[in-house]
Design a protein around this ligand. Structure first.
Ligand SMILES: Nc1ncnc2c1ncn2[C@@H]1O[C@H](COP(=O)(O)OP(=O)(O)OP(=O)(O)O)[C@@H](O)[C@H]1O
Length: 232
């Protein structure tokens, strides 16, 4: 299996924000993590990426604890927020820098970026602007394209649709679907957009106050069921 969350607990100020008894994610699954503000989605992702440590329990990535061994970094790509970018670089400089971490030459990076022409919609490359001066949506695009440069086996995206225009949301969904079928990419996406998440994900995990309330495979009724749940 790709991931296993075991007796994972995290509290802040005496309040439990993540409490996951046992969760298994298999290779090739596209998981949508949904839940109202403060449900614990980002905290869960931050523990998965070893940005924060759980109070107890562990997360195994390919059977190895992410907090004690960093092998997972070789096959895991993520974009949680602008903190993953380098503000004072242009997107080109940033892509070349990230490419160099994965042994890609400048030519390799340029070749890689060709496939993002449509996704970037002419707004990212050759603008002579620093990343800090881009809109949040365009910063998202830079972060997502950079994350995918390493041809990951596992992709973690925190609210990727939030600041994207509808055209780009649709392109991102097709891209994730394509990577799932060509590379068996495993993806975890948190989102407040029930429409997108039921469209792109084959499994939905619903968190409430850090606890998994529902965990199901998507079908034609999933969107209605989720909408009904959140309407209560
Ligand atoms: N560093 C921190 N210190 C104190 N409380 C924190 C910290 N990080 C998160 N929390 C709290 O933990 C809870 C879960 O937050 P988290 O960001 O994981 O939720 P989320 O599901 O991602 O929410 P959103 O949909 O609003 O992004 C919230 O109540 C939040 O205030």
């Amino acid at each position: 299996m790709m991931l296993e969350f075991k007796q994972l607990k995290k509290s802040y100020g005496g309040r439990t924000v993540v409490d996951i008894n046992n969760l298994i994610i298999r290779e090739g699954e596209t998981i949508g993590l949904v839940g109202n503000n403060g449900a614990g989605k980002t905290t869960m992702f931050r523990m998965l990426l070893d940005l924060i440590r759980p109070d107890s329990g562990e997360i195994l990535s390919k059977d190895v604890n992410v907090a004690t061994n960093s092998d997972w970094k070789n096959y895991t790509a993520s974009y949680l927020d602008e903190g993953f970018l380098i503000d004072y670089l242009t997107p080109e400089e940033y892509f070349i820098f990230i490419g160099s971490l994965h042994n890609l030459s400048i030519a390799d990076v340029k070749e890689y970026l060709n496939q993002y022409d449509e996704f970037f919609n002419g707004e990212i490359l050759n603008r002579g602007k620093y990343i800090r001066d881009f809109s949040k949506g365009n910063q998202n695009k830079v972060g997502i394209a950079a994350a995918l440069m390493q041809k990951p086996e596992l992709l973690v995206l925190d609210e990727p649709f939030a600041n994207l225009d509808p055209t780009t949301q649709i392109r991102l969904k097709s891209h994730i679907k394509a990577l799932k079928s060509t590379h068996r990419l495993t993806t975890l996406i948190s989102s407040h957009d029930l429409n997108h998440v039921t469209d792109v994900c084959d499994r939905i995990i619903l968190l409430e106050k850090g606890i998994i309330i529902k965990d199901f495979h998507t079908d034609e009724n999933s969107l209605k069921e989720l909408e009904a749940y959140f309407a209560e």
